[in-house]
Design a protein around this ligand. Structure first.
Ligand SMILES: [Zn+2]
Length: 647
């Protein structure tokens, strides 16, 4: 994606209908969707293509095994992919199927053109064929002279009449293209592998089959009715047939592709065959071909036999689609393999999304509501917070480079640095103290600063988490579109006056895995539970007198603030009746934000020996209950007069 180019064309691979959608498909599609949404937001004319690959011997065999025609079988599986993407609100512009008439026309036109150019000739193919991978191998490539190097299944010797594409003639041209276009293949490490492969020599490519019928027929002008197209040629052409190549050319203004997103297992087809086909067709080459890694689960390879395959819909249903999207995009540097675990996902939800993002929004609505009747004006932000604004703008200026280089995890890291600036500013400037001192303008400037930061970050996060960001936008009284993007991000301006609306907690804390564990991990958990049962203490009985040695009172929290540099502590001022300002340091920061506590009641141990925590005096303790689901304060059921004794 180049900043300068107005038309942007983004593709996922077309998914083979011999598989159910798993986390890998979801990952590719979510990255593509994020890029497409980003491209639209930033004002580009965008076209986003996904779809299904439906031809080949494997599909014919799978259909036969089920007593269906190949088309019936393809309809069913293709429909499932499409339904999943619709359920995920994937913003594709076209869902292509290689069984579409428009696609067949495009594939035939391309074949004809390459044939007429002299790049296709008829010969005889003899090779070791793996039905499962639909690929021929040379004897050298086989494992133990018999087995497929990709999937390990036995291969069979196949000798058949075949058309060939003169791939060998494109070796030098491909190497020149790789050399002149530094970022044509991402990440760079993968590009080096491709370059070395091409340098080791390319053989002509068999591109037709006579041993089965489930495929696109060769063009009539060639008059070879026994032949169908090799499934990879057929599939790759989808990227241009979708734009109307060979039919109506309706959307051909979008060619060349800005980015083809692919899994690393199919990079070779995209980075060698596809550019060679395009050179033969005399069409411009794609700007980027980006290969991502694979996903494991809890550190192990996923497989049907282990029963540990991650079902993306199950994860999104349990944890929320936007949290799942954020997790996938944030967790793994592009191109590397990623590991899915519920623990890692829960950590991201509770810390990045709940604490850093969600709580900041709560604080905006809390402070703007308490001090300013929810009205926020940016008028004095520059005056009091130029330093913070400069820091924010400096990060945001460069953050888009990460998107153009497919470093989405670093893009998100930097947005979180900006959120940290906002959270830190609250601690540094203590708007509640400013209000006490009557410095209303300064308090307003601070609230407006964090509101503006939230707005800027939300604009850039919208392509990542469209649904949750819509809620934030509603709360901030803004509408995220290209105009606002230009104003706040490109021109670095501030918001006009806004009215804040309170929203429900955006990312409620997740305390334990919401999906039943894969078989192995489940066993581990059961064992650790057994252990903790054994450790339970026997009952210790005490007399009532002993109990009354502890004075417990109802306290009303009048002030609450974070203790700087402490992960756990909040500093509270508690009204205990006779003692209106009892200072208590409570280790509850992970579970409560100060704004949520002010004005609420809690049960306080009032006769505890004072203690110093982080250099500050703490004179009491709040009663709280903590279990594996987290911590909550113990409070009177109804509001009681401050200082009421509990017995
Ligand atoms: Zn194989």
């Amino acid at each position: 994606m180049e900043e300068t180019c107005k038309n942007v064309y983004i593709t996922t691979p077309i998914y083979y209908v011999n598989d159910v959608a798993h986390i890998g498909h979801a990952y590719t599609t979510i990255i593509a969707d994020m890029l497409a949404r980003y491209s639209r937001l930033t004002g580009h004319n965008t076209y986003f293509l996904t779809g299904t690959d439906e031809h080949g011997q494997k599909i014919a065999q799978s259909a036969e095994a089920r007593g269906r025609t190949p088309k019936e079988y393809a309809d069913e599986v293709s429909g499932k992919f499409r339904a999943l993407w619709d359920n995920f609100d994937i913003s594709y512009d076209k869902f292509i199927r290689t069984t579409d008439e428009q696609h067949k026309l495009g594939a035939q036109k391309a074949f004809e053109k390459m044939y007429n150019k002299g790049d296709i000739y008829k010969g005889e193919y003899e090779g070791f064929y793996c039905v499962s991978c639909e690929t021929f191998f040379t004897e050298k490539q086989l494992i133990d002279e018999q087995f497929c190097p990709d999937c390990g299944r036995p291969t069979s010797i196949v000798k058949e009449e075949s058309f060939f594409f003169k791939l060998s003639a494109y070796e030098d041209k491909l190497l020149k293209w790789y050399e002149e276009n530094e970022d044509c293949i991402l990440p760079r490490s993968k590009k080096n592998e491709i370059v070395n492969f091409v340098k080791s020599g390319l053989r002509d490519l068999s591109i037709s089959r006579t041993s089965f019928e489930w495929g696109v027929k060769l063009p009539e002008s060639i008059n070879e009715p026994k032949h169908v197209m090799y499934v990879w040629l057929d599939a790759l052409i989808n990227y241009i047939s979708a734009l109307g190549y060979g039919s109506n050319e309706e959307k051909f203004e979008f060619w060349p592709a800005s980015i083809h997103l692919v899994g690393k297992d199919i990079l070779r087809f995209h980075a060698i065959y596809w550019p060679a086909f395009l050179m033969s067709l005399e069409l411009p080459l794609p700007k980027h071909i980006a290969a991502h890694g694979w996903w494991t689960r809890d550190g192990e390879k996923m497989s049907k036999s282990k029963g540990n395959v991650v079902d993306p819909k199950q994860v999104a249903d349990a944890y929320g689609l936007d949290a799942f999207r954020y997790f996938m995009l944030r967790e793994v540097p592009f191109g590397q393999d990623g590991d899915f675990s519920q623990k890692a996902l829960i950590d991201r939800i509770n810390s990045d999304l709940g604490n850093d993002l969600g709580n900041l929004l709560n604080r905006i609505s809390g402070m703007s509501g308490k001090y300013f009747d929810f009205k926020v004006s940016s008028i004095d932000v520059e005056k009091f917070h130029k330093k913070e604004l400069d820091e924010v703008n400096k990060i945001l200026e460069n953050v888009e480079d990460f998107i153009f280089n497919m470093q989405i995890n670093r893009f998100l890291e930097d947005l979180w640095k900006v959120l940290t600036i906002a959270n830190k500013a609250i601690g540094d400037y203590e708007p509640w103290s400013k209000m006490k001192e009557g410095k209303t303008e300064e308090a307003m400037a601070l609230v407006a600063l964090i509101t503006n930061i939230m707005a800027k970050v939300s604009i850039l996060l919208q392509p990542v988490m469209p649904e949750k960001i819509e809620k934030i936008a509603t709360s901030l009284g803004i509408h995220i579109n290209t105009e606002l993007y230009n104003k706040l991000i490109v021109n670095k301006e501030l918001l006009n006056d806004v009215t804040i609306t309170k929203v429900d907690q955006l990312f409620p804390r997740v305390e334990e895995p919401l999906i039943e564990q894969a078989p192995e991990t489940k066993k581990d958990k059961a064992e650790s539970e057994k252990k903790s049962d054994k450790q339970e203490e026997p009952d210790n009985l005490i007399t009532i007198d002993k109990f009354f040695e502890t004075t417990i009172k109802v306290g009303t929290i009048v002030e609450a603030e974070e203790v700087p540099k402490s992960k756990k502590l909040l500093k509270l001022q508690v009204d205990l009746g006779e003692d209106k300002n009892r200072q208590i340091l409570a280790g509850i920061k992970e579970f409560y934000s100060p704004i949520d506590l002010i004005g609420t009641q809690a049960c306080v141990v009032a006769n505890l020996k004072p203690a110093k925590l982080m250099g500050m005096l703490s004179e009491g303790m709040l009663l709280a209950a903590k279990d594996e689901n987290g911590l909550c304060l113990v409070r009177p059921e109804k509001t009681k007069i401050s200082g009421t004794k509990i017995s």
